[in-house]
Ligand binder design. Structure first.
Ligand SMILES: Cc1cc2nc3c(=O)[nH]c(=O)nc-3n(C[C@H](O)[C@H](O)[C@H](O)COP(=O)(O)O)c2cc1C
Length: 207
């Protein structure tokens, strides 16, 4: 539980904008580190030639000091190509127990074959490396039902060394957060706040 939530037992009525902003980042930080946390698997939306495109991802890192969120993906995926065309990105988080929704907007920075990806790749497990070992690109249509992996890879009959070929497909999307729209559902009246990092302003909103 975050510091502020502990103190006020999920009651944000008397919180200041600064406390709420801090709480949002505490929650994002926990979401990135705890796999069972509600904020661990946000939905991330991109733009595909004017159409909205949305999917679930695993939040891997939240860096409050630089207002950055990161997730891992295959650089052959549709989302990667979409972000290369248009780096606008939005991430949606909802914690049902705290009744908090965060609507994050920002610009994506795509990391591939650099220090950030190498360091993260070294920490990946055999199981998560499987995602980057398909012979064909993610989203390719197939004749029959398949994971796209050989049986050996499916059964994890491969060594860490053999899995190194997957590194060329491994990318990290970093979201440079430009704003957070914070919403708290409360029976006696919801609360909403907007944290605008581009204009350095925090404001209340009608929910
Ligand atoms: C719980 C969950 C977690 C997921 N995590 C990721 C992830 O971290 N990165 C990723 O690229 N895809 C992840 N996926 C798969 C995506 O939701 C999506 O199906 C896939 O990446 C293809 O998306 P695209 O065609 O828009 O690129 C996850 C799916 C689920 C259900």
């Amino acid at each position: 539980m975050t510091k502020i939530a502990e103190q006020i037992n999920f009651n944000y009525i008397d919180s200041t904008l600064e406390e709420l902003e801090q709480d949002a980042w505490d929650r994002l930080f926990i979401g990135a580190t705890k796999s069972r946390d509600s904020f661990h698997t946000p939905c991330v939306a991109t733009i595909n030639q004017g159409d909205v495109s949305i999917r679930t991802v695993v939040l891997r890192k939240a860096i409050p000091s630089t207002k950055e969120l990161r997730f891992h993906t295959d650089i052959r995926s549709r989302k990667w190509a979409e972000l290369e065309q248009n780096n606008s990105i939005s991430a949606l988080f909802y914690d049902a127990s705290a009744r908090i929704q965060l609507r994050v907007k920002g610009k994506a920075i795509l990391h591939v074959n650099n220090e950030i990806t190498s360091e993260a790749w070294q920490k990946t497990t055999l199981s998560s490396r499987k995602c980057y070992l398909t012979a064909f690109s993610p989203s390719s249509f197939t004749e029959s039902s398949t994971s796209g992996l050989s049986e050996d890879i499916e059964q994890e009959n491969f060594t860490l060394l053999e899995s190194e070929v997957g590194q060329k497909n491994f990318g990290i999307v970093s979201i440079k957060v430009e704003s957070i729209d914070w919403l708290w559902l409360n029976h006696a009246g919801h609360r909403r706040a907007f944290f605008d990092y581009k204009n350095d302003s925090y404001q209340w909103k009608i929910p």
